[in-house]
Design a protein around this ligand. Structure first.
Ligand code: ADP
Ligand code: TRP
Length: 342
């Protein structure tokens, strides 16, 4: 009898899939940094069938930066369309809009009350953003990583696939787990960040910085960029060597070619780079062609989704909401009991 029980237990455990949680802010078009650092990985993890996936549009996080309400409304659905066009499949992934599930902010408040402010003061992204938007250093910007911890732990996330810049936030989520558990009992498990082999794509114009839409259009290659725009942006990309250091710009372009181009083309340019015969104009032209071709289907699918109108996207996101809601509600019910507000 006990043996039977044990085998049932083992079988159940082996059938439980690790839970993946990740999100992206609806602050602009997806770019190749987002793609190689996170989104491509999400699609591969989803299609492996080995995980239970939660992917969401972090619209509450986007409130920490300036954007007109009408633009935000539009941008949320545009980001949804872009993720679908990249291969996020709502049948395989619980794909939803963060603010549709009000438990995110409920749990964030509880986490705010176990998080020392000194730990938030250490967050490099807060410091960067505070410099960048000096006229709008709001409290949300400061407690942003606490909301992120709530996003992850609400669904008991085990694995958080993100780019390099988010590692510190996932580390803070691990800390929040411990602060909460020490106070209220062992409830949450510490999640782990998962990086791709390209955790940091660099800017085209200032290759010592990460590629980010907040620096401006010339710095990023959007997945939706038409071939002539890709060509134009790459023509302006910095390849100069500074202070005798091997140009980071060139390394970045070669890295992009490695991921989006044919292997022999990549090898040809790596050899030419080594023996000094490389012509950056040729590298940029071949890279532009490779990226344009790689994302041709993406552009087609994205345009189809956007041309269908927003109703279809609203329906897809509503289905995700219904899938996420009971999971979030269950966690909140248990957390309320643990902290003594129920
Ligand atoms: P941005 O920095 O352009 O505003 P987000 O903050 O919306 O982009 O990032 C969404 C996801 O893409 C996160 O997991 C983030 O770590 C990843 N990411 C963003 N920029 C890069 C980059 N340049 N290289 C690699 N990953 C990135
Ligand atoms: N902060 C992340 C970014 O800017 C987005 C995000 C919000 C996120 N909540 C999350 C990522 C939870 C992973 C898990 O890219």
């Amino acid at each position: 009898m006990s043996l039977f029980k044990k085998s049932v237990k083992t079988q159940t455990k082996s059938m439980i899939k690790p839970i993946i949680v990740s999100g992206v802010q609806p602050t602009g078009n997806l770019h190749v940094g987002n793609y190689l650092g996170a989104v491509k990985n999400w699609v591969e993890l989803q299609n492996s069938g080995k995980y239970e996936m939660y992917i969401f549009i972090a619209d509450l996080h986007s409130l920490t930066s300036e954007m007109k309400a009408a633009d935000r409304r539009h941008q949320i659905l545009k980001t949804a369309a872009e993720l679908l066009a990249c291969g996020i499949d709502p049948k395989k992934t619980t794909f939803f809009i963060q603010s549709d599930i009000t438990s995110h902010t409920d749990l964030a408040w509880i986490f705010n009350c176990v998080t020392p402010i000194t730990e938030l003061e250490r967050m490099t992204q807060y410091k960067d953003k505070a410099t960048h938007q000096a006229k709008n250093i709001n409290a949300g910007l400061f407690t942003y990583p606490v909301l992120q911890a709530a996003d992850i732990l609400l669904y008991h996330g085990n694995v958080v696939p993100v780019g390099q810049d988010q590692i510190q936030h996932v580390e803070l989520t691990r800390d929040v787990t411990r602060w909460f558990n020490n106070k209220y009992g062992d409830y949450f498990e510490e999640p782990k960040a998962l990086l791709t082999n390209v955790p940091k794509v660099m800017s085209l114009l200032e290759p010592e910085k990460k590629m980010s839409k907040s620096y401006g259009q010339g710095h990023v290659l959007d997945l939706a960029d038409e071939p002539e725009i890709i060509e134009k942006k790459l023509r302006a990309a910095v390849t100069a060597t500074t202070g005798g250091v091997k140009a980071m710009g060139v390394a970045n372009l070669l890295m992009l070619l490695k991921h989006f181009g044919k292997e022999e083309t990549y090898k040809k340019f790596v050899t030419a780079e080594k023996d000094g015969s490389i012509r950056y104009g040729d590298l940029k032209a071949d890279l532009a062609k490779s990226i344009s071709e790689y994302f041709a289907n993406f552009r087609k699918r994205r345009n189809e989704l956007l041309n269908e109108g927003f109703d279809n996207l609203i329906d897809i996101m509503a289905t995700g909401k219904e899938k996420a809601k009971p999971v979030a509600a269950k966690t909140m019910e248990q957390v309320r009991k643990l902290v003594g507000i129920r």
